[in-house]
Design a protein around this ligand. Sequence first.
Ligand SMILES: [Zn+2]
Length: 157
Amino acid sequence: MQLMTDNLTAETRRRTMQLIRSSDTQPELKTRQFLHRLGFRFRLHDDNLAGKPDIVLPRYKTAVFVHGCFWHSHGCDRSVVPKTRLEYWVPKLAKTRDRDARSVSVLRKCGWRVIIVWECQTASTTALRRRFHHLLEAQKVAQRRLLRRTKVPNLLK
Ligand SMILES: [Zn+2]
């Protein structure tokens, strides 16, 4: 019985680790922290949207994908395809690229702004700022509008 319990625990642990790896990667966490610190509110892994974007900002109708450089073929140093088993990797990576392109196209057709953040860009705040330039601008505009709207009229005048 003890043995079985241990096995179950190991299995559960393995599944949990897999789940964590696929949905809460370090680059994703860094991106989320970056946006959170700037005051953005977002949803995670919205499977109602094409491609199940990692981060969704409904107020700005913006969907964000945080892509691993290797799996999504960024073309940087981290995305070099291993020379062994090329026949395995090439079609596999091509399939991922096609899927990514399809998701972006569907989202854009539905009026979403799509931002792709690459794993290698999450190491620097400057790169993230550059990536989210449009969103930061939209936030400024929204804040200015809110300030104007909430200005209390001076009744003593
Ligand atoms: Zn990269």
